[in-house]
Design a protein around this ligand. Structure first.
Ligand SMILES: NC(=O)c1ccc[n+]([C@@H]2O[C@H](COP(=O)([O-])OP(=O)(O)OC[C@H]3O[C@@H](n4cnc5c(N)ncnc54)[C@H](OP(=O)(O)O)[C@@H]3O)[C@@H](O)[C@H]2O)c1
Length: 297
């Protein structure tokens, strides 16, 4: 059995994934294929700007070509659609990512649906979401795939385990539930998805063998909500005020880490847990898309 409070080190798992991706990029380069990711950023939201910069940096380190298309916050939806269409048709671009959230005057669904599903490296397009649900995935949703990769790395097999996911977003909760419920290796879980209307959420959490917190509520999961020996995955990234920090804030997850780690068999920290995995899986998706778009897959 696993020791108690094992730290699931997403940073080091992400490094393994990136090593694998860099090797795949190298192989593709030998065939004259240069995986390329196009990232579109609309507006000047500071958090989005940081995410986009991190994606560009990670790409460069792995030999993936990246271009960031920065657009004014007032960009019209039709102009954004034109840019996406031209990237769809451009053979030199393999992955297209539109950084969310978009300004309110742009319909997010319209934009996501316009991205060619073969190049949809976020795995948000209805075709890719449908394929995932049917158990025939092409690209994988980055954060959920990162969570499964952590489980695989530490040989935590969710098969037959009651997995409670807190949060039902299209980015984390729903696609993760879809992945874990599949009849497939490192899946086969019995999944419960909870949300803001869920009753007796504390008792539900205590019933979890694997508890995934993806709500965006700082330290929502307290020690008395966690069963002794459970595996706890903290997806949350929250900024909370902290006068003692240079930046006046610190990052915290959706789990009260210090107390919960005393009870959990294994737990992801924030930062350094799920966060680094998301970018690593985006890099993996870009290579898969490059193989596919180039007719190699
Ligand atoms: N590590 C990463 O790479 C990564 C990636 C994506 C997101 N995140 C982080 O993960 C967190 C969740 O992100 P998201 O995009 O999934 O968030 P989201 O779209 O805001 O969804 C939050 C979900 O949590 C539920 N919820 C909120 N408060 C709740 C409460 N008090 N009790 C029960 N359920 C509650 C909501 O329920 P309703 O549906 O009923 O409203 C919703 O389903 C955020 O902190 C985000 O920053 C991290």
């Amino acid at each position: 059995m696993m020791q108690k409070g094992l730290l699931l080190n997403g940073k080091s798992v992400a490094a393994h994934v990136k090593e694998r991706v860099a090797q795949q990029v190298h192989e593709l380069n030998k065939k004259g294929i240069y995986p390329t990711l196009s990232v579109i950023l609309v507006g000047d939201d500071p958090a989005s700007a940081v995410y986009v910069r991190n994606k560009a940096r990670a790409s460069e380190k792995l030999g993936i070509r990246s271009e960031t298309i920065r657009l004014d916050a007032a960009t019209r939806e039709t102009d954004l659609l034109d840019i996406i269409r031209s990237l769809n048709e451009n053979d030199q671009t393999h992955g297209i990512l539109v950084q969310l959230p978009l300004p309110k005057h742009i319909n997010t669904d319209t934009i996501i649906n316009a991205i060619h599903p073969d190049k949809d490296v976020d795995c948000f397009h209805p075709r890719n979401v449908g394929l995932l649900m049917l158990g025939q995935p092409y690209l994988l949703p980055c954060t959920p795939a990162g969570i499964v990769e952590i489980l695989k790395h530490y040989q935590i097999d969710p098969s037959g385990k009651h997995t409670v996911i807190l949060g039902r977003s299209n980015i984390v909760g729903k696609p993760l539930a879809n992945m874990l419920v599949q009849k497939a290796p490192y899946a086969n879980a019995t999944v419960t998805v909870a949300h803001s209307r869920t009753q007796n959420i504390d008792a539900l959490c205590r019933n979890a063998d694997i508890l995934v917190a993806a709500l965006g509520v700082p330290e929502f999961v307290k020690a008395d909500m966690v069963r002794e020996g459970a595996v706890v995955i903290d997806v949350g990234i929250n900024r909370v005020e902290d006068a003692t920090s240079e930046k006046d804030y610190r990052l915290t997850g959706d789990v009260a880490f210090e107390a919960v780690k005393q009870k959990a068999a294994a737990i992801t920290p924030v930062p350094g847990g799920v966060g680094p995995m998301t970018i690593a899986m985006l890099m993996q998706n870009t290579v898969v898309a490059a193989q596919h778009v180039s007719g190699l897959a």
